[in-house]
Ligand binder design. Sequence first.
Ligand code: UFG
Length: 326
Amino acid sequence: MKIFVTGGAGYIGSHVVALLGRQGHNVLVYDNLSTGHEWAVLSGKLVRGDLGDKKLLADTMREYMPDAVMHFAASIQVEESVREPLMYYRNNVINTINLLEAVTNLDIRYFIYSSSAATYGAPDAAGPIGEDAPLEPINPYGATKAMIEKVLEGLGAARDFRYIALRYFNVAGADPQGLIGQAYREATHLITRALKVALGEYEMLSVFGTDYPTPDGTCIRDYIHVEDLAGAHLLALMYLRQTGDSGVMNCGYGHGYSVLDVVKAVKKVTGADIAVRMTDRRAGDPPSLVADSSRLKRLTGWLPLYDDLEFIIETAWKWEQKMAKR
Ligand code: UFG
C-alpha cells in the first residue's frame, strides 16, 4: 500500500515507518521536524512540512495519492498541555482537521489515528480499562485526542471513510536493533528521564506525587514497547481493509507498574544508583491507567512480543547509551 505518515520522523511514527518499510509498503513521511529527526526515517521519502500549511499538505498528498493515512504528528506532553492549552488545541485539533480536509478532498478511505489513554481521564477503577469506559479527560492533551475521535466518528458516519483510533497507553523502549529510539530535545517521560539520570545527564529523578490512592502512593501506568505498538498499527490497517469496520482500540499490556517499580527496574538494568527526590504531584496526572486490550487482540490477532518491563528498559538503555556517544 501507499501510506502517508504524518509525524513519521518522531518517536512512535519512525518505528511504524521502519516496520512498514520492512513489510514492503511504500511510505511518504510528512513531518515538520519540530521534535522528529531526518535520520529517524528509515524507509520511504520525507517531506518537511507542517500540517498548518494547508497548501503544501494538499499538494503533497495529491501528488502522492496514498491508499491510507497514519497520523502521528501531535504535541504529546500532558503537563505542557496544562500550561499551553491553545498550542495543544491548535496542533492536535486544528491541524488534524486540516489533514482530514485533505483526506476527504482526495477521497482517501483509510485512516489510522494516534489516540491516547489520556482520553479516559482519571478512571475510578485501578484495573484494566475497556474502550467503552466514559471519556472524561482531565487535561487539554487528553481533551484534544477525545475531540478528534468524535470528529472521526462524524466523518465515518457522513461518508465512505474508515478509521481506527488506537488509544496508546505509555509507550516506551526502542527498536531492538538499536537503529532508532526516543530522541526528544528534552526528556520528560519517566523511563527516558530515569535512564538519563543513570547516564549522569540529570542529577536526580523527581517522583511526582507519593500520595496517590495506589499501593505505594505513586502513579501506575501500563508501559508498552514501541515495537509492539508499531505492530498494532499494521494489524489495525489490515483489519480495516478486510472488514471496513471503523473503531477504537486500546494498546497496552493489561498490567501496570508504579513510578517506584520503574525506578527499581531501571536501577537493576543499568546497575546505576538513581538519585530520587519525592516531590509534589505534576499537574494533569491521573493516578492509574491500565489497558484492557482484549478488543485489539480479538479483532486483529495482535500478539505482543515484548511484554516485559526490563526488556523495555534494556532496549531504551542501549539506545540512550548510543545517543550519549553521538
Ligand atoms: N513521572 C515522574 N517523574 C518524571 C517523569 C514522570 O514521577 O520525571 C511520573 C508521572 O508523574 C507519571 C508517570 O511517571 O505518573 C508517567 O509519566 P510520563 O511523563 O512518562 O507519561 P504520562 O503518563 O504523563 O503520559 C504518557 C504520554 C501521553 C499518554 C499517556 C497515556 O506522554 O501522551 O502516557 O498513559 F497519553
